[in-house]
Ligand binder design. Structure first.
Ligand code: SAM
Length: 247
């Protein structure tokens, strides 16, 4: 498939996304560090600290981490939460989950994590089956965002928490220039150097530009039914964490 992403119809988008993550699964974690200068670690820490999974060992706290990839969010949640905390990691891509499952074993977190291949638009879980729903750098890739948000709402009980970490489009002219240079001149060649392929990273850059601004995305989350929707900007607004509750 050619990577003329801007013109891609919604139906083809998922195929392209799958293709990207199949190709990069093994080197995905290294690429994250290189491309964000390690910043993604701080952003993920910020998300999990805002979520603050209960530390007490009593009572179950079941988290559903969607588009969980190689488990970065899930492992942070498990390390922070008490013994009652468990995480179901879902991703549409089996290769990413495979890398995640190996990491869970190495980190001795396998007993509190499970891996389920699933599409964020159609989750194979019962209504109200989880206490929190997290998605990091995933919703940008989902063709039907409204369907994914509706599924998030469905699998949470009243009082359930929704949290999303995602890149945000930059709208400061000065920062825009620096950011564009970095995005178009640095990221795709770096992608090629590490993974042997430049196109997935061109896709990454494009998909960030077309994602809604944080205010607009907050509105979409409210439209899905969530209340008390707020967001925090990270690193000068290049990423944002959104939070909401099902009340
Ligand atoms: N959450 C992880 C992290 O922050 O490191 C992984 C993020 S990675 C940038 C995006 C993930 O979204 C990929 O693993 C990809 O397979 C997954 N993905 C793409 N489309 C999806 C969909 N429709 N449903 C579920 N996962 C999807």
């Amino acid at each position: 498939l050619p990577f003329g992403f801007r013109q891609v119809a919604a139906g083809d988008k998922q195929r392209l996304v799958d293709d990207v993550f199949h190709r990069v699964a093994q080197r995905y974690d290294l690429m994250n560090d290189l491309m964000s200068g390690g910043l993604h670690r701080l952003w993920k820490d910020a998300m999990v600290s805002w979520l603050s999974p209960p530390k007490s060992a009593r009572g179950r706290y079941r988290v559903l981490d969607v588009a969980g990839g190689t488990g970065d969010i899930a492992f942070r949640i498990l390390n922070r939460g008490g013994a009652g905390t468990s995480v179901t990691i879902t991703d549409i891509n089996g290769a990413m989950l495979g890398v995640g499952a190996e990491r869970a074993e190495k980190k001795h977190l396998a007993d509190r994590s499970r891996f389920v291949q699933a599409n964020a638009e159609m989750l194979p879980f019962a209504d109200r089956s989880h206490d929190a729903y997290t998605i990091a750098f995933g919703i940008r890739n989902v063709p039907d965002r409204a369907a994914a948000l509706a599924e998030a709402y469905r699998v949470l009980p009243r009082g359930g928490r929704f949290m999303c970490l995602e890149f945000a489009p930059v709208d400061l002219p000065v920062l825009q220039q620096v950011y564009d240079t970095y995005s178009f001149r640095v990221i795709p060649p770096l992608g090629r150097a590490v993974t042997g392929d430049e196109q997935p990273y061109q896709y990454l850059v494009e998909s960030i530009r077309t994602f809604p601004i944080p205010e607009r995305f907050a509105f979409e989350i409210e439209e899905a039914g969530f209340s008390r929707v707020t967001f925090r900007l990270l690193s000068g607004g290049i990423a944002a964490i959104h939070s909401g509750f099902k009340v």
